[in-house]
Each structure stands twice: as structure tokens, then as C-alpha cells.
Design a protein around this ligand. Structure first.
Ligand code: TXA
Ligand code: MG
Length: 359
């Protein structure tokens, strides 16, 4: 019997680099690592990605092994120019070009019909491929120098929160990636929006950095169908969007409800009673919500005072509380519009679907 502990092993080298002016020597060296079938973790504007040569089945296999990612979960292909788009996808509809004009380089991933040249494991056997052009000089520089499209999932271990700092990548993948670029914290903090252009109605499978409201300006008919299925559900259109995802070790309790003040006071109450039962409690909160927890004995991580800032700091906050080994993490789900929808989605998944509605 073959061991299922198969992984990708490497001596991990972390390189600091200027996000706006990355060293050409470092990019050239890392591009060579990519071409040779190795793995490079790099920043994008959303989260850090774990990159491999998308033309090489064995290189892409290293991603699955390093992350311990299930083989049925397809990977996004990252490109740096429009010529490359036609080498990875076919039958590209006009609407794709309209969207690309407005949103690339940026946090929008398009699902298109795949080109024959894309290896089987990149798309997990599907006839569609996910493509995006990231808006980050390091990511673009690396793809350009490597002169190949780069397949890259988020650079976390499977089911851990996505990394928004190089340190997070190191925590999860030290010894399983050749090079980690450290170019500081990522800007958006949640992953790209995934838009399926192969379904009859263009459908968002994962809300992300580009908002539905912005998409509607180009594509008024866009539908939203994030998937919160069980792993056993065969109709899953996007397996990485399983409910169990971004799950911290702590129990995650996400609160929602019409009346913000009511939600906050219920959270404070539950936090206090958890503390009374001897549990250690972590709270993720907007600065403006912090007052509600003044009398609560908990580790409070403040995420800033806008939804953009909340998105930016959310995954780091979950990781921080996990490291402090709290038993419970509590958070209030934001409004389901603009970037709030992506935050809501990630909180919902990290709570494995168990939202507490306060009415
Ligand atoms: O912002 C992002 O999208 C980051 C950065 C690194 O680009 N990447 C990222 O990759 O979040 P990953 O693998 O963690 O999430 C990609 C999602 C997965 O849920 C996967 O199932 C879905 O995209 N996906 C990939 N190819 C697909 C396809 N052909 N059809 C449907 N879903 C697909
Ligand atoms: Mg991921």
C-alpha cells in the first residue's frame, strides 16, 4: 500500500522584496524555479498564492502535495497578458473581453472553456479553466519572467485561512515550498471573485474582491450562487467553495441579525457566559463595535473601521486568535453587499455554515 503522507519537500528560502520595484535578479531566479517544476509563493492584491508552471502536470501536482489539497479541487491559472489568455482558454465570449477591460488586472477570476494544452490536474478533469490576471507587480513580474502561465491556489494548507502575509505562508508551508516572496501584507485580503461564464447565466461562484455591484455595471444579469454544499454533494460546481473552509481550530461563532446593537449585546452576553464556563474567548470586531465588549474578558482583535479594512485584516485576525489558542472565536457578520458579501461568505464558511441569527 502506498503511504498517503506523500508531500512536496523543499528547503524554503524567504526573500524580502519591494512590492512596487521587485528585484529583477530575484524574479529571474524564481522564474527559473517555476520553469524547473518548483513552487514559489508570491503576493497578489488579494492573498498570497502558491505558484507552479501551469503547463506542467508534475509541477502542478507539487501544489496538491504541498497543500494536501484534494485532487478534485481545480486551480486558478494566472496570466500577465492577453495573448496568454488565448493559450489557456478557447471559445472566449465577447462579454469576457468587456469584463477584462474593466476589471483586469484585478480580483476577478473568469471560468472559461479550457484549452487542450492545460493539464488535467489544473482543472481537476473539468472542461473549464479558471483564469485571472493579478494586479500586483511581483505576481506580474514573476509570470512575465517565467514566460509560462502560473497555476496558483491560495498559499495555505488545505482548509486553513488564506495567507495575507508571507509569515502565514511560512507557518503553513515551511519545508514544502522553494521560495516565499515577502512583499508585505496584501491589499484586499479576501480572494478574487469567481465568475462562471460557461453557464447559461453568468454566475458568481465565490464573492470576492470585485463586488457584485461593480460586475452588474458591465453584466446586469449576473447571478449569485455561492455553494455551501457538503463534500458528498456531486453537483458541486466549485469544490474549493465547500462550507468547511478557512476553519480555525477554535469553534467559530458568527452572529447576524437586523439590529446591530442587539446582535452585539447578545455576543457580549454569550462571550461572558463562555468565559464563566472556563473557556477562553476571542472576538473579531470592527473598531466601531469594540465598545460593546468593554466588560467582556476576551482577546479582542480590532479589524479597523470600514468593511475594506475588515476584509484586509480578517484572515490574519482568525490566525492570530488561533495562535492564542482561544476556544471560541466570535464575530458579527456584516451587511451582504459590496465587499461585505465576501466577508460574510468567508465568515459563514469558517463557521461551517452555523450562523446565529439574533432577532
Ligand atoms: O484571489 C485568489 O483567487 C487567490 C489568488 C492566489 O489568486 N487564489 C485562490 O485560489 O483563492 P484557491 O485555489 O484557493 O481558490 C480558487 C477557487 C477554488 O474554490 C476552486 O474550486 C475554484 O476556484 N475553481 C478553480 N477552477 C475552477 C473551475 N474550472 N470551475 C469552477 N471552479 C473553479
Ligand atoms: Mg484557497
Amino acid at each position: 500500500m502506498t503511504a498517503i503522507t506523500d508531500t512536496y519537500l523543499a528547503e524554503t528560502y524567504t526573500a524580502q522584496l519591494n512590492p512596487n520595484l521587485p528585484s529583477p535578479e530575484l524574479l529571474a531566479l524564481s522564474a527559473e524555479v517555476i520553469r524547473q517544476g518548483g513552487l514559489v509563493a508570491f503576493p497578489t492584491e488579494t492573498v498570497y498564492g502558491l505558484g507552479a508552471n501551469a503547463w506542467s502536470e508534475s509541477a502542478v501536482d507539487n501544489i496538491f502535495r504541498a497543500k494536501q489539497r484534494p485532487a478534485n479541487d481545480p486551480i486558478i491559472v494566472h496570466i500577465d497578458d492577453m495573448e496568454l489568455l488565448q493559450e489557456v482558454a478557447v471559445d472566449i465570449p465577447d462579454i469576457a473581453y468587456n469584463l477584462v477591460d474593466k476589471f483586469w488586472a484585478g480580483a476577478l477570476t473568469l471560468i472559461l472553456k479550457k484549452h487542450d494544452r492545460i493539464p488535467y490536474n489544473v482543472t481537476a478533469g473539468r472542461d473549464t479553466v479558471a483564469v485571472r490576471m493579478p494586479n500586483h507587480p511581483v505576481a506580474l513580474g514573476l509570470i512575465h519572467q517565467a514566460n509560462v502561465p502560473i497555476a496558483a491556489p491560495s498559499a495555505n494548507r488545505f482548509s486553513r485561512p488564506s495567507p495575507t502575509k508571507a509569515q502565514h505562508v511560512l507557518e503553513d508551508l515551511d519545508g514544502h515550498v522553494d521560495i516565499i516572496f515577502d512583499a508585505g501584507a496584501t491589499d484586499i485580503g479576501v480572494e478574487s471573485t469567481i465568475l462562471d461564464l460557461t453557464s447559461a447565466i453568468p454566475t458568481v461562484l465565490r464573492p470576492g474582491g470585485v463586488t457584485i455591484e461593480a460586475l452588474r455595471e458591465v453584466l446586469p444579469t449576473v447571478a449569485l450562487r455561492p455553494t455551501y454544499f457538503d463534500e458528498s454533494d456531486e453537483s458541486i460546481p466549485s469544490p474549493g467553495t465547500l462550507t468547511k473552509h478557512y476553519a480555525p481550530s477554535a469553534e467559530m461563532r458568527v452572529f447576524t441579525g437586523e439590529n446591530e446593537q442587539q446582535v452585539l449585546s447578545q455576543m457580549a452576553q454569550e462571550a461572558n457566559s463562555a468565559v464563566d464556563r472556563g473557556l477562553s474567548v476571542g472576538i473579531l470586531a470592527l473598531d466601531t463595535d469594540a465598545q460593546a465588549f468593554e466588560d467582556v474578558f476576551a482577546n479582542i482583535v480590532l479589524l479597523g473601521d470600514t468593511l475594506e479594512s475588515m476584509a484586509q485584516h480578517l484572515f490574519a485576525g482568525i490566525r492570530q486568535l488561533d495562535q492564542q489558542e482561544v476556544d471560541v472565536i466570535m464575530a458579527r457578520a456584516p451587511q451582504q453587499s459590496e465587499i461585505g458579501l465576501a466577508i460574510w461568505d468567508r465568515l459563514h464558511r469558517s463557521a461551517e455554515g452555523n450562523l446565529i441569527t439574533v432577532s
